[in-house]
Design a protein around this ligand. Structure first.
Ligand code: FRU
Length: 605
């Protein structure tokens, strides 16, 4: 018996020793000794962190597979995220804020960690994260996230002299994942002040797109003048949730009884809330598959279905997303019309994502499109104008819109790493009539005028088929506003090129006969990161009389306003375009008042 006991205990001890050795072998202390990996087999790891600093800095390699990280504190999952941890090379680091666990030990349970992945040695704790720009292509005056990924503008609302901009944000990589609402504020739509993340994923899912309102009369009971955010909780299903802020949009509390609206549809998202004066109700317009649904509410928590819109109206090449509903007066009349903005992806006029709109009547219940249903009206004819929505509560009843300047066709692979994507400049919307139908016009918001720095007047001149070459400013960036107008004398086509000394150019062709302007970015700079990127986009133009051109050029975008239309495209020239050329194919055209404005960097901090 004794012998047996002794033998058993000897064996157990041996086993323990072996297990200890194995356990030690499987343990891996990072270059930062407060971070220890223990293998759980099957590429799963427990990462123990004795928290002493504000962040852990996680190394990302964009081509790696995604790992799921569950941060466990006191046996509970405190937060989770998806990240492409570095296997062979580090593209960049991202910070995970662990300050709330200061002095404690947390475990991070991670899957999909390859045996020799370099992240095992490279995770460190730090009190700082350096988000200073490292990208040549970061815009000089368009809003972009300090680091990480951005898509749709969200929750835009004006309050107490501040424009709030929230946005779809991944703080753990520069590709789409882990949707949060990032946040920035501005007094002038140009200079932006970055704020901490406003809304983070939770048990109901990631935080997809939505809108904010100011609850002047405390209809929801969260407090008078609370800013209330409506967003899609994207979990295994898409449901609608709310969060409120009583500190002017800086921090949000999620409503305890979320979600407030559910559906059995797969695609049910991006609620835009507006106040409808005539029916004295709050209205929610929400994208559902390839239609929009309208709901009403008096307390912002209980929503009643009113109607749906969209079947056999407009373009249906893809799913409808990010709606908006705005009332505007038709230029030159007292008539008011409702504009329904409808972002669609894919199915844009030149592939992928784009914004279409409908104009008609809305009585608080039903939206009626007053145009021919089969007709599609595009808000912007470029490849990179998506998820466009307007600011709620904007001063003077203005309808101010911005768009995400990218396209789902290639957004995740554009040639930047530290951050991805920027927004368009702010644009004011108005309605005008043409041939008996009403259309939406977007023009640069007047706030953009404050960006002008040096003025360079290039005069008026006649062009024929020999190139007229005008030098832009010589500087190491290429942010300009270029204005001129064009009058045809007897030509068919005017070719306008923005070019650099590497023979990269954006070519714009004004085709008088076909009444259209095209923009060719095939040779604009780096284009080979996606087969869908090189492209030519075209917009209609009325070629009678004089056509005014306004071009906003930044490090990696061009917005061309001409006549009543606009075209937004991203571009990646490896050197700034420093010349603008004009020529006709045959015949003559007149260029009037060519003015080049140097644009100052906007402030973002
Ligand atoms: C549009 C969109 C929205 C969704 C969000 C997710 O770009 O697909 O419909 O809420 O992006 O990030």
């Amino acid at each position: 018996m004794n012998l047996l006991f002794n033998t058993i205990s000897l064996c157990t001890a041996a086993l323990l020793v072996t297990n200890n050795i194995k356990a030690q072998q499987a343990e891996n202390i990072c270059i930062d000794p407060t971070i220890v990996f223990s293998s759980l087999g099957d590429s799963k790891e427990k990462i123990r962190v004795d928290v002493t600093k504000k962040y852990i800095l996680l190394p990302v390699e964009e081509s790696s597979d995604i790992s799921r990280l569950n941060i466990v504190m006191n046996n509970d999952i405190a937060e989770s995220l998806n990240i492409r941890l570095a296997v062979n090379n580090i593209d960049y680091y991202v910070p995970l804020d662990i300050s709330k666990y200061d002095g404690k030990t947390i475990s991070i349970l991670a899957d999909n960690i390859k045996e020799n992945a370099i992240c095992r040695n490279k995770i460190i704790q730090s009190d700082d994260f350096d988000s200073s720009n490292t990208e040549y292509f970061r815009p000089e005056y368009h809003f972009s996230p300090p680091y990480g990924w951005m898509n749709d503008p969200n929750g835009m609302v004006y309050m107490n002299g501040q424009y709030h901009l929230f946005y779809q944000y991944n703080p753990y990589g520069s590709q789409w994942e882990n949707m949060h609402w990032g946040h920035a504020v501005s007094n002038d739509l140009i200079n932006w002040n970055d704020k901490p993340v406003a809304i983070a994923p939770d048990g109901l899912g990631a935080i997809f797109s939505g809108s904010c309102i100011v609850d002047r009369n405390n209809d929801a009971g969260f407090g008078k003048d609370a800013i209330i955010a409506f967003y899609t909780s994207a979990g295994s299903r898409q449901t609608q949730s709310i969060a409120y802020s009583n500190d002017n949009g800086l921090t949000f509390e999620k409503y305890e009884n979320n979600p407030v609206l559910t559906s059995s549809e797969n695609d049910f998202r991006d609620p835009k809330i507006i106040w409808h004066k005539d029916s004295e109700k709050w209205i929610m317009i929400i994208a559902v598959g390839q239609k929009m649904e309208l709901y009403s509410s008096s307390n912002l928590k209980d929503w009643n279905f009113e109607s749906e819109f969209g079947e056999s109206h407009g373009a249906h090449g893809g799913v409808w997303e990010c709606p908006d509903l705005i009332e505007l007066t038709v230029e030159g009349t007292n008539d008011k019309k409702w504009v329904l903005l409808c972002n669609i992806n894919p199915g844009g006029p030149f592939g992928g994502s784009a914004t279409q709109y409908f104009i008609g009547h809305f009585d608080g219940k039903t939206f009626i499109n007053e145009s021919e249903p089969s007709k599609t009206k595009w808000m912007d004819y470029g490849r990179d104008h998506y998820a466009t929505v307007t600011w709620n509560n904007a001063p003077d009843n203005r309808a101010i819109a911005i768009a995400w300047m990218s396209n789902w066709d290639y957004a995740n692979v554009v040639p930047t790493k530290q951050f991805r994507s920027a927004n368009s400049i702010a644009r004011d919307l108005s309605l005008y009539t043409k041939n008996g139908d009403v259309y939406l016009r977007s023009l640069p918001s007047e706030e953009n005028l404050a960006l002008r720095k040096g003025t360079f007047k290039k005069g008026s001149f006649t062009v024929d088929n020999k190139i007229v070459d005008k030098t832009l400013f010589k500087k190491d960036n290429a942010s300009y506003e270029i204005n001129f107008s064009v009058k045809n004398i007897n030509a068919d086509k005017l070719i306008i090129s923005l070019c650099n000394s590497d023979n990269e150019s954006v070519d714009m062709i004004y085709d008088i006969v076909n009444e259209e302007i095209s923009l060719d970015r095939n040779n604009s700079g780096i284009t080979d990161f996606a087969s869908t990127f090189p492209s030519i986009t075209k917009m209609p133009v009325n070629s009678e009389g004089e056509t005014e051109f306004i071009i906003f050029l930044d490090k990696s975008s061009i917005e061309l306003f001409a006549g009543n239309e606009v075209m937004t495209n991203i571009i990646y020239p490896q050197k700034p375009y420093d010349k603008i050329n004009f020529r006709t194919e045959k015949g003559k055209m007149r260029i009037e008042n060519l003015v080049v404005y140097d644009i100052k960097n906007s402030k973002q901090n």
